[in-house]
Design a binder for this molecule. Sequence first.
Ligand SMILES: C[S@@+](CC[C@H](N)C(=O)[O-])C[C@H]1O[C@@H](n2cnc3c(N)ncnc32)[C@H](O)[C@@H]1O
Length: 287
Amino acid sequence: MARKRLQPLLLAEDSSYEEAVPKPFLKWAGGKRQVLDALHPRLLPIQGAYHEPFLGGGAVFLSLGEVSGGAYLSDTNSRLVRSWIAVRDQTEALIEVLAWHLGKHSEDHFLAQRERDIDEASDVELAGWMIYLNKAGFNGLYRVNRKGRFNVPWGRVERPGVLQPGRLRATSRALQGVDIRCQDFAQACEAVRPGDTVYFDPPYIPDRAHGFTSYTADKFRHADQERLAALALELKLRGVKVVLSNHEDPTIEQLYPPPFCIDRVLVPRHVNRDAAKRGGVTEVIIW
Ligand SMILES: C[S@@+](CC[C@H](N)C(=O)[O-])C[C@H]1O[C@@H](n2cnc3c(N)ncnc32)[C@H](O)[C@@H]1O
């Protein structure tokens, strides 16, 4: 069946009008843009170095402004981490790759890109691929199957917000000097010193209360939540400022007895296959 081609697109999408402020370049499940107002009073002022070991789309880090004590960002999703590194170090080359994708934007191009064996490509090619598929795919998500194949359907978006040069440059500036690594959260915390600030935003509990955990082919299990809670307490007792996000769920909350405090916040959610569950969920901020 012949596929309908979309209208030709303007290449310089938004370069003259966009705000030149850092902003997440990927839409990521569990993104924290909606809860920044509730998080900031718990996180700010940032003391010492800032550590964010479940980086995802990085909405929290990018909302902080300058962090004078240094910043350490990490995640176990290597495609995501390599994309962050490309945004930091190869912004102009990335803008060219994105312009190429945008020029070719169509269902055929999307489906062909989805099949690409991208892990062998350079960081900048990989970052362009991530951003293009994320914006052109259904509902703006990143999801892979067990083999690591991107499996989000075509999003039928006529003008995906792929090319935002001013934002990418601003994000790159915010990332200069920032340490970005692919690693497990426990390894990331080896660099934490007393007086530092750590923000943990782990994946949600699978299959419960609108859970979505397929960021990588590996799942984050309850044993990982327990490992995280033990580490959070150890850091707190060492004089580290610790703030965590999670779903409101008794199995999580019981992992954080006093001295932790728990606040609740209602968050509108859009990333869910089931439209009925896209309304709102209650999250907790543990501090
Ligand atoms: C809820 S998301 C973070 C969302 C992020 N705060 C944002 O605003 O977009 C959780 C992240 O944890 C990562 N992750 C999963 N298991 C991990 C582990 N063991 N150590 C570190 N990161 C992990 C996932 O790849 C995912 O990006």
